[in-house]
Each structure stands twice: as C-alpha cells, then as structure tokens.
Design a protein around this ligand. Structure first.
Ligand code: SF4
Length: 762
C-alpha cells in the first residue's frame, strides 16, 4: 500500500496521530520528563555535557555525533535517557524490606524503573523472599565460589547490554575466556545480528559502510524497517537537511510513522515559531510486515528491466565486473521471479516498486538505512543481502554519499562486539588475546541469547551474569526465559536501576549497582574516561560529569575485577585491579589485540574521537571470494491462515529498549497505557470488533505451546490488511524461543502469527 505521506484512513475512529515529529511537543516532553526526574540545575548541567567532546556519550541509541556539535546535542529521547539515569529517586535497603520479590514481580516495568537508582549490593534471601544488603566482598566471594564450583566453564553465561563501555566489555570477555568459555550472549543477538551475518557474507565486514558526512552527499536515502523519529531521533536532523537540499527520501514501513512524514527541528526557532514542518519522505510504501525481501527484489527486477531496455545506461558494469561475484546467477533468478508473487508477498504494486526503482536509477549516491523491522524475521539475512544486491547494481558501496547503514539501537552495542563480546570469536582475535595475556582462550564457540536460554532451561546449575540490560524482559518467550533464569544456581545483575530482571531470581541472586554513563568515575589513578563506538564506526571518549548516585557504587571494570579476583585468587597473572584502576592499560591491551586501535590512548583524546575504518568502504572485500557477493534469494510465502494476522512488536515514543519512561505514545495518539494492539480497521470489523474493544491475542507456532495475552485494547490504525503491532516487552510472551532468523538466530519479534479475538476476561 503506497502513500503520499498523509495518513489516509482505512475507516473508523483512529487515534489522532501526529502529522510531524519534533516541534513544541518534543520540547515540552523533554522538559517535563527531565524536571520530573532530576533537579533543574542538575539536569541542565547534564544536558549541556551529553554528546559533547569533553562530556559523556548519550546512554540512548548509537546515532553518531557531528564533528561540530551544537550546544544542545541531544534529542527528546536522549534527554529522557540522561534524566532517567540522573534521577533523584533511590532504591534503598528499606525499599527492598518493604517490597518482597513476589510483590515486585507484579509491578510494571515502568513502575520498577521509576523507583530510581540502586545504591548498594543486594543479595536475595529466599526465606523472606526479599533482597538484603550485601557487602561487595561477600558478593564477589559468592560469585567466585559459584563459578569455581561449576563442572564445566560453559555453565557460565556472560550477558552484555549495549550500554557497556569498550573498556568494560574488553575486561568482561577476558574474564569469561580466562574462565574457559565463549558464552557471550549480548543484545546484538536480539537486534542487528542478522545485519552482521548478512553484511559479513556479502561484503566481508558486519558493520555499516557509511559515515555521518555521507548523508550530506546522498541524493536518495531509503529508510526501511526503521522508525528514526522515536528510536534514533537525531537522524531526523540529517534527513531534514537532505530533504531541504532536494535529496529524495523513501520510507518502506508497514506503519505510518510521523518522524518519516515531517519534522520540525526543536532547535530551529523559525520553524518553531511558524510551526512549519519539513516534509521528509517523498515516497512512503506501507509494505506488508515481512514483505521487504519481496519488495527489494521487485526493485532489483525493475532496475534490471530498465537496463535491458537501455543496455549500459543503468547498471554500473565496471563496478560489477571489477568488484563483485555472482551477478549472473542473481540477475537470472530475479528475471525469473513473477511480479504477481512480488506484489502478493510485498503488499505493494508493481507501480509502487517501479516508482522506488526509478528514484534509485535517477540517483547517483544512495544510502539504505534499516533497523529491527528487517532483522527480526526468519528471512532477515537474505532480506539484508537483497539490500546489498540492490546497492551493488549501481556501485553504491565504497564511495561518498552511498552505502549500507544498519542503525544500531544501543549506544555501544557495536563497540562491545568489536571488543570480543561474541559467542563466535575469530581465531586471530583469540590467538592475539592469548599471546597478550599468556593463556589459551577457548576456541569452542559459545552460546548466543536464544541458545543460552535453552541451555539454562534444560540444565539446572548455570551461573548467569548480566552486565547491564534487562534480560528477562528483552528476550522472547518471557515465561520460558523466566524459568531458565530460575533454573540457575546464581543470577547476577549489574545494573543502575531496578527492573524486571531483578524479580526473576536463580537459586541465589545478586544485584550489583554500578556507575552510570553520566557519572564521574574516579579511581586511585584519577578520573577515568571510557570509549564507545557508534553505528558508523566512530570511536570516541565518554567521561561522566555527574556525582555518583551513591558513594557505594562501583564502575563496571571494578566489578569485573572484583569477580575475577574472587574466581582466580589475587595471584592471577592478569592484574585485574590494576586494569580496573587505570583504563588506559585496558586500552593498551585493546591496541595490542584488536586491529584498528593503533595509538588508542592518544587518539581517544582527539575531540570526537577517530574512525575505525571499514574495509568495504575502501572496496577491499574480505569475503570468501575476495569480491562483494551478489546472492539470489527466493521470496518466502508468508501467507497465514485467514483468521490470523502478522503482529510486530515495537517501541512507544516514551520508551527506549525495555526502559519505559512514560505511558504515552504521542506520535501514535496513545495516552497513559501500553496494553494496546494496533490493528487494521477492516481486520477488526471482520472479527466483529471495533476500535476500543478489549481483545485477547494468541500466537501460533509449530511447537503448539499456548502463548496468550489478555484484555488488550484494540486500536484501529493505518496498517496494511493482515498486519498488527504492539509494544514490547508486553507482547514478548507471545514470541516462541524457537522462532528465529535463519543463520543469525535473532528472535522473530517482528513477525508473530496471532489470532485476535474479543476478550473473554474483560
Ligand atoms: S539520537 Fe540517540 S544518541 Fe542521539 S541524543 Fe537521541 S537517543 Fe541519544
């Protein structure tokens, strides 16, 4: 279904969705949220330091900072992220005395996190079902004892959230590998793993190839399966600049997202005074959920047809000849693919796709951006390979203004992977690590998120450690994940704020409160800086400026060193405390182990940091064939039984990953609630339902396990027939652990086959 970007009704009383992102509502919301959490002075100071060369990196998403930062280099959701961490609220021992875990378990994620910052280590007391204060030494000793007691190092699971700094991530992987395991599940397994797998196969490197400056030169930007207005809001600044200079922006998304329709920059006084929003998308294609592979193949087909009509005028033959492999097989497969199948499975007409293809052919420099809308599907990897196929047809890789741009959701999720947080480490990395630290790292691959959950479910006695994040809420199959964690001998959560994962406890459980990204980290060697890597491979420093929420907090490196000393005893050849006291020593080690970090300590001092480089950007293809690789892919038949629709999970505008800042979703017209499901009006009518009715939602997978949520409110929304959407983590109980993307094992949270029926409870 294609749209000139004005929401056309599919009938019925819909929520009053916003027509544009940003503007006064964004400013108002930023001020409201920040003042509610932290004192005006404190928050003003913090916001003037976020994303600044001498400041700290926003704990939100991984959108890069411009070379010349503005005085207010943050978006509405960045302000919320900073305020959420800088909150005045504290979760003390008295709080835990008042609230047994069974009570906390009944509370919403928003309520739990709103209680504030954790201030001291807590150990779970099964008898009273409460957390009790624990000394740091006792907590480390317990972890040391449990890790030494496991019969196999692969009974240890080291989870990492994308907030973890490079220095902490490097030390964390060293701890796990020193122990003897590669079990490093991380939030990338839940989000862009499919991008990493596809890009590595196609162009030899699992990262995006563009830099922020490329957005100044692109004449077509395709945004597919991504909602930047909520999830990467500063990206709207680049899209607005591009639109104003005449570049085309094409959005492919089942949902009509205001941020892709129009934008009023809150820092542009003229626009704020006139209320004049800049139109963003010149073309908006509402493909079916999961229909992107078919849509992209249709675009490639039209491009090849155009080349056939005017040979030598459309394709970049020189690039294809000199830099690629597999073109002929790919082109033949595309030519043999029926338009009828393409239209049926994409939900878009040949004319829609021809329009996008003509935009592509008319453009010299093209960037394609994507996010979870593509990565959380069974066929995610071939879909992302089809993006690369499209880019290769006209040489849109490895030159200015063009390339692949997977936009990461967490501030350092890419950096953590670069630091070795992966269950599938490369041989070169392991041998270097062993050489630098004089031990033999394990070579047996470890477990990512879904495999770790299965292992913990099947076999009691694991030790699960989470460096940040909210594992119990972020993962699929919520009830089964909870049972997996409860089956552990010990669960350890290193966290800044109370969340759902603290209410799901192993036989033993610890909460270890750590410093936040915004806070000063001072050791015996003085103030410490950490580093992060954004979506575009820029590595830069981050130094917290706020006073710690509590004097008892410890940094992530200090916590890792405390655990290591408890496991290995103080006499270990690796001086963990020394590294935790002076992060420049960790960076020295990173420089010796990981290519691209030459003169790391010197270069991290440069304002804005340094570019890590990307071999594909230099057209040096480190693939098996030594060339960029075309690959054909069949269009999967995603047709569901007539009584089912395809449901996708998404964030509200007051949400960041599993962190819920508030209960509104301003852009989609939702106020004060999260138990809702967006459904096409005619699909509701077909089920005898109207907008506002209470419904039960049940998912249907081959494993036959009943998964159901009840009493949600149906909201009619401009979605294609057969498509629905709702929030995670509330809908994660519907996602089967066994339903994952081929080859990347990313849970398929964007394609949940469900039935929606009138609620039997409400
Ligand atoms: S765009 Fe992302 S990184 Fe930038 S301020 Fe907003 S949330 Fe933070």
């Amino acid at each position: 279904m294609s749209q000139q970007p004005n929401p056309t009704s599919t009938g019925g009383d819909k929520p009053s969705t916003a027509k544009a992102a940003g503007g006064w509502p964004a400013l108002g919301s930023s001020i409201k949220h920040t003042l509610k959490q932290a004192g005006s002075l404190q928050i003003a100071r913090s916001l003037l330091k976020v994303n600044q060369p001498e400041g700290f990196d926003c704990p939100g998403c991984a959108w890069p900072d411009p070379q010349d930062t503005s005085a207010f280099e943050f978006c509405e959701n960045g302000a919320k992220a900073v305020a959420w961490e800088a909150t005045r609220n504290r979760v003390t021992a008295a709080f835990f005395e008042q609230h047994p875990v069974c009570d906390l378990r009944q509370r919403s994620g928003h309520w739990l996190e709103s209680q504030g910052r954790l201030v001291e280590p807590m150990r779970y007391d099964r008898v009273s079902d409460r957390y009790k204060p624990s000394a740091w030494g006792d907590a480390f000793a317990l972890i040391g004892k449990r890790l030494r007691a496991i019969d196999n190092p692969d009974r240890a699971v080291f989870y990492t959230s994308g907030r973890t700094s490079n220095e902490a991530a490097f030390l964390y992987q060293l701890l796990g590998r020193r122990l003897g395991t590669n079990n490093f599940p991380d939030c990338s397994n839940l989000c862009h793993e499919s991008s990493g797998v596809a890009l590595t196969e196609a162009i030899g490197v699992g990262k995006g190839t563009v830099t922020l400056e490329d957005f100044d030169h692109a004449d077509l930007i395709i945004v597919i399966g991504q909602n930047p207005g909520t999830n990467h809001p500063r990206m709207l600044t680049e899209l607005q600049k591009a639109a104003k200079r005449g570049a085309k922006i094409v959005s492919v998304n089942p949902m009509l997202e205001p941020g892709l329709m129009a934008f009023t920059h809150p820092q542009h006084a003229g626009a704020m005074l006139t209320g004049k929003a800049t139109p963003i998308s010149s073309r908006y294609l509402q493909a079916l959920i999961g229909g992107d592979l078919a849509a992209l193949k249709g675009v490639c087909k039209h491009v090849l047809d155009a080349e056939a009509e005017a040979p030598g005028t459309v394709l970049d033959h020189k690039f294809i000849r000199e830099h690629t492999r597999g073109f002929d097989a790919f082109a033949d497969n595309v030519r043999l693919t029926d338009w009828a199948l393409i239209e049926e499975q994409s939900g878009l007409s040949k004319q829609d796709l021809a329009g996008l293809a003509d935009d592509y052919i008319a453009s010299k420099r093209v960037i394609v951006c994507w996010a979870m809308g593509l990565t959380q599907h069974k066929h995610a990897v071939p879909t992302i390979r089809m993006i690369v196929n499209l880019l290769l047809l006209r040489g849109n890789l490895g030159r200015a203004g063009a390339g692949a741009c997977p936009v990461r959701g967490h501030s350092n999720v890419q950096g953590d992977r670069t630091m070795g947080i992966t269950e599938k480490p490369g041989e070169a990395f392991l041998s270097k690590l062993g050489e630098v630290f004089s031990f033999t790292p394990p070579t047996r691959h470890g477990m990512g998120v879904v495999h770790a959950i299965e292992a913990m479910l099947q076999t009691p006695g694991h030790v699960f450690i989470a460096m940040g994040g909210n594992f119990a809420a972020a993962t699929p199959d919520t009830d089964r994940t909870a049972r997996a964690l409860e089956n552990c001998r010990l669960t350890v959560q290193v966290s800044t704020k109370l969340n759902r994962s603290h209410t799901v406890v192993g036989e033993d459980a610890l909460i270890l409160p750590c410093l936040g990204r915004t806070e000063r980290d001072v050791t015996s060697c003085g103030p410490q800086r950490v580093s992060v890597e954004d979506s575009m491979s820029m590595v830069h420093a981050s130094e917290g400026r706020n006073p710690p929420a509590s004097e008892t907090l410890r940094s992530e490196p200090a916590i890792i060193a405390g655990i290591a000393d408890a496991v290995f005893g103080g006499g270990d050849p690796i001086d963990w405390q020394q590294h935790a006291g002076d992060y420049s020593l960790i960076r020295d080690a990173i420089e010796r182990v990981i290519p691209g970090f030459e003169r790391f300590n010197e270069r991290i001092e440069e304002p804005g940091g340094f570019y890590l480089g990307n071999s594909a950007r230099d057209r040096a293809w480190t693939t098996a064939s030594g060339r960029a690789q075309f690959v054909a892919a069949e269009i999967p038949d995603l047709t569901l039984p007539a009584d089912q629709v395809r449901l996708m999970t998404l964030r509200s505008h007051d949400q960041y990953n599993t962190t819920v800042y508030g209960l509104n979703d301003r852009y989609r017209g939702v106020k004060g609630r999260r138990d809702i499901v967006f459904v096409n009006q005619d699909d509701l009518a077909e089920r005898g339902l109207v907008s506002g009715d209470r419904v039960d939602i049940e998912s249907h997978y081959a494993d036959g396990v009943p998964r159901r949520v009840e009493g949600f409110e149906a909201v009619a929304y401009a979605l294609p027939r057969g498509c629905a959407a709702g929030y995670f983590p509330e809908l994660n109980p519907l996602v089967s652990l066994a339903s994952r993307a081929d080859r990347s094992h990313t849970p398929t949270s964007k394609f949940i086959p469900v039935t929606i029926t009138r609620s039997r409870t409400a």
